[in-house]
Ligand binder design. Structure first.
Ligand code: MSP
Length: 684
């Protein structure tokens, strides 16, 4: 992959954006991942001399947010403000160098969205019509499935909408979009996503409904205020409204001129269609320049599934920050995940990388060298003298590393870029160990030994300077510490002055006074994994138990499907609370009964055969005294689908039916639904 801003010198401005995050849930590592990647790119671009603008923010309108707020007993405005504040607070704590944080509830955004809508309408690309079809509230997207069918993207139930809407003439852009992709091969990255988008557009585009009337939490359509603008049109426009699109002030107009179109929209792979089809179509229609690239990151997985609130498998960034620090998180995510692909997060792998690469690798190398310069040369960097073959090899590798790292980073192959630098860390480590400047051999004169120590330590220190200059965008806090220890002052100044851009072997001067060594990456203790796991458990419990009007409570009730039954159970039966991660272990699904019959010589048992959509299976249920078999055929029930099989009366039962236990006898009343639900749908 390559970012188009690589083209040499251009006009030296660079604009990068994260997706704006929905405020229906608190931030987790998946969100932190996109933000960290953008931050690292922005930091490097700045150090390469680009006037850089880095935008992030929150996506606060739409039905999903309105419903979450309602469940939390808050107004959407209060609810959105609380969670948006959490995102911003976390980015600040992580030292994210965003230049602007946009909230879609801000007046500047509303103004810009209304201008875009009016512009499209004036140009004849928006017309009024009526729409009847399926809508997925979770994805905030219209989907083409029959009524009652689940969303093809996320599997959740869709809702039938019948409304008078404004439509955008997306169908008119099929050919223009395909021509645009053809003419701009770097627009969609990586390649696999590009093919996906092209296939989608080739499959035909229908006009897109771009307003809604059945709820009001959104930006009113100018001149027809009972409509609100479709949340994706509202959200996508943030990339322009934050720069000043729709503003009157000359200062903002100038910023828009300078930075639009964006160089990189970094987005998750699941929202590529909105960014690569709808967004360029809106812009082409409005006569505005189209972004240079949309780059899709893969998903961060935890327990083999996309980390997300609805799956209930989230890990918070705060947990990692508390135990290992921000640089450890940044390093892990950028080293472990091959950018563009899905990557696994585990606490074990995190600790392993931290100890292996950071504590024992880079950190240990710096501490050995700085300590020895203090011990043998009073903290003043000696003159290296003449280079031998070993020094020439290190210098050669360092020079190559600068080039390779640069190319790999520009290609967004961050994992390989770090691997390249760590090969140099390893080489310098090996060089030190082989030279052993702490050990004087008997046949070596004092003078020769001192010259060797000077040569080796000066060479190693210079290599550390190069390594540190390179990793600065990924490990900003640690790089700043090492730069100071090397007596070079503030690395941010070096980034601003162009010193890091000119990074080349030989910059460290003899006579430089090094600062005292300070710990960089204290080794993670044995219990680090356990501590992080406990922090996550505590967090889940707090979320479930929280009841007052604090921000934590807002989040708790934003996840009511899980929170309320647990709280109820505690209240009524004194059963211990469980965390969400325990709850999600239970796979509850809708099944349809195909066969029901009595089991001979067992008056309580019925043998059922149920359909789960993806398979049929046998379940034995102790409900024969309460339900006649024939009354059950065709009925939709809820089953525990991942219960280990067990034998009863020589028959295997694969699952369990859910029923309320009623009255003194505990008579079973089967769980069911008022609405029609598809077979196999999961209950969460
Ligand atoms: N609000 C929309 C984006 C509008 S952009 C104009 C949205 N929000 S989101 O909060 O659901 O997701 C935002 C982004 O968070 C995703 O695109 C993705 O970049 C990131 N991630 C959320 N969970 C993630 C993982 N588990 N893994 C990696 N990134 C994921 O979609």
């Amino acid at each position: 992959m390559s970012s188009s801003a690589n083209s040499p010198e251009k006009n030296k401005s660079f604009y990068i954006t994260t997706p704006i995050y929905y405020v229906n849930a608190r931030p987790h590592l998946g969100h932190a991942y996109s933000t960290i990647v953008c931050d690292a790119i922005a930091r490097r671009k700045r150090s390469q001399g680009y006037a850089t603008w880095f935008l992030t923010g929150t996506d606060e309108h739409g039905q999903k947010i309105e419903r979450s707020a309602e469940k939390a007993g808050r107004t959407p405005g209060e609810f959105a403000a609380a969670i948006s504040g959490e995102f911003r607070g976390l980015w600040d704590r992580m030292g994210i160098t965003y230049d602007d944080f946009i909230r879609t509830t801000e007046p500047r955004h509303k103004r810009g969205v209304q201008q875009l809508f009016a512009e499209l309408r004036a140009k004849g690309f928006i017309y009024k019509g009526s729409y009847t079809g399926q809508y997925c509230v979770s994805d905030e997207a219209f989907v083409e499935v029959p009524p009652g069918a689940p969303c093809p993207d996320c599997g959740r139930t869709t809702e039938t909408i019948s409304e008078e809407n404004y439509f955008f003439k997306l169908s008119a852009f099929e050919r223009r979009l395909l021509e645009f992709y053809e003419a701009n091969p770097g627009f969609i990255q990586p390649e696999a996503r590009r093919n996906e988008v092209i296939a989608f557009v080739r499959g035909g585009l229908k006009d897109l409904s771009v307003s809604r009337t059945s709820f009001s939490w959104g930006i009113p359509v100018p001149g027809d205020e009972k409509h609100v603008v479709y949340v994706w049109m509202d959200a996508l426009a943030n990339y322009m409204t934050a720069l000043g699109y729709g503003a009157d002030s000359p200062e903002l107009k100038a910023r828009f001129e300078q930075f639009w179109p964006a160089d990189v929209h970094l987005v998750g792979k699941e929202i590529i269609r909105f960014h690569c089809v709808y967004w360029p179509a809106f812009l082409l229609a409005a006569g505005l320049p189209v972004p240079k690239s949309v780059v899709a990151n893969g998903w961060l997985l935890f327990d083999k599934a996309k980390m997300s609130k609805s799956v209930g498998n989230i890990v918070r960034a705060e947990t990692v920050l508390e135990v290992l620090g921000g640089d450890a998180l940044r390093y892990f995510l950028m080293r472990e995940v091959s950018f563009g692909h899905d990557g696994n997060f585990t606490f074990e792998a995190l600790v392993q990388r931290y100890n292996g690469d950071l504590a024992n690798g880079y950190g240990n190398l710096v501490s050995r060298v700085v300590n020895m310069v203090h011990k043998y040369f009073g903290g003043v960097l000696p003159d290296a003298g003449a280079m031998g073959p070993a020094e020439a090899a290190i210098a050669g590798q360092a020079t190559e590393t600068i080039l390779e790292f640069g190319a790999q980073f520009e290609a967004m192959d961050f994992s390989r870029a770090l691997e390249t630098v760590w090969a140099l860390v390893g080489a310098v480590d090996g060089y030190l160990t082989a030279a052993a400047p702490w050990k004087k051999k008997p046949d070596v004169t004092d003078e020769d030994f001192a010259a060797m120590q000077a040569r080796v330590l000066a060479t190693a220190a210079e290599a550390i300077r190069v390594i540190t200059g390179l990793v600065h965008p990924i490990l900003p806090e640690s790089a700043a510490k090492v730069w100071r220890q090397l007596g070079l002052g503030e690395i941010e100044d070096a980034a601003k002055s162009g010193e890091l851009k000119r990074l080349a072997w030989g910059g460290l001067q003899a006579g430089t006074r090094l600062n005292e060594p300070a710990p960089l990456f204290p080794r993670a203790e044995k219990d680090a994994v356990e501590r992080m796991e406990n922090l996550e458990k505590d967090n889940n419990l707090t979320a479930v138990a929280a009841a007052s009007g604090t921000e934590a409570a807002v989040v708790a009730v934003a996840e009511p499907v899980v929170a309320s039954p647990v709280v109820e159970a505690v209240k009524h039966e004194g059963i211990a609370q469980i965390g969400i991660d325990d709850f999600v272990k239970v796979e509850l699904r809708v099944a349809q009964i195909l066969v029901a019959e009595r089991v001979p010589k067992a008056d309580k048992l019925l043998r059922l055969e149920v359909d789960l959509g993806y398979e049929q299976r046998q379940i034995l249920a102790g409900i024969a005294q309460y339900y006649a078999p024939e009354a059950l055929i065709g009925r939709k029930v809820v089953i525990v689908a991942n219960l280990a099989p067990r034998k009863m009366r020589g028959l295997e039962s694969n699952g369990m039916l859910l029923a309320a236990s009623v009255g003194d006898e505990g008579a079973p009343v089967l769980a069911g639904f008022l609405e029609d639900v598809p077979v196999g749908a999961r209950l969460r």
